[in-house]
Design a protein around this ligand. Sequence first.
Ligand code: ATP
Ligand code: MG
Length: 258
Amino acid sequence: MASTIEKRLSLHKNLAEQRLQNEALESQMTRLQALANIGTATYMVAHEINNLLTPLANFATLALNNPDDKILAEKALRKAIQNCGRASKIMESMLAVANGQTQEKKNTSLIVLVEDIFNCLCRDFSKDAITVDIQIPEDLLVWAVPVQIQQVLMNLILNAREAMLPRGGVLTIKAEDIADSLQIELADTGNGIEPTDLEKIFEPFFTTKVDKKSPSQCSGSGLGLVFVKRIIDIHGGAISVESTPAKGSTFKITLPKP
Ligand SMILES: Nc1ncnc2c1ncn2[C@@H]1O[C@H](COP(=O)(O)OP(=O)(O)OP(=O)(O)O)[C@@H](O)[C@H]1O
Ligand SMILES: [Mg+2]
């Protein structure tokens, strides 16, 4: 009898110890998850800030090389202010991700978000023989965290642009409401994606972009589409891609309405 009681007491003690260990492990996991979020956010900030700084530096260099062109200098300064503003918005957004906060979604004009991106890119697409055809109704709204949707579109637009260089081509951006969701489509007439690569493009660090000066180095980081997918997932949406090598690629995004 005594030994049964002793056994039960010892079992209870073991259980209590296990519970404490589980709790400690859970809190450790939460801390590790927060650290992983900070790691991802750091990569995202570096990647997106680079997207903003590269064209800005090009613009500033152009202005410096043409000291008499006052209009160009003013344009470069305006772009600097605009892109710094966007950079700090991205920082805020990433800090919120790192802290585990979700940012407020709101109804925002899609066409305004898209126009804002082209302003931030500081690149005249027509100079690269790229025609941009935007087919977005003026009153179309997107239910999303605005800065995050801009990041998605910016990454897709930059990829499309790179796929069409140096030949040029057409970038079409379409959007429409279909039933309970918003559909956005970005189609380019660039070099397309090989079928074997298609399944890898959303994987971290997958890139086919090599540095022309030293071909063993990658010029892309292979992170743009990882962030795109992550943001779309956070919004409860979906992204798909169709591509034909040497013909072009089409990325389709579906975002739910509130
Ligand atoms: N529109 C496109 N046309 C052709 N290939 C594309 C297109 N979009 C993506 N890809 C392919 O998918 C790969 C991954 O794209 P992703 O944006 O994730 O990384 P990246 O552009 O190589 O580098 P970065 O991190 O600077 O964006 C690209 O290297 C390219 O091979
Ligand atoms: Mg990219």
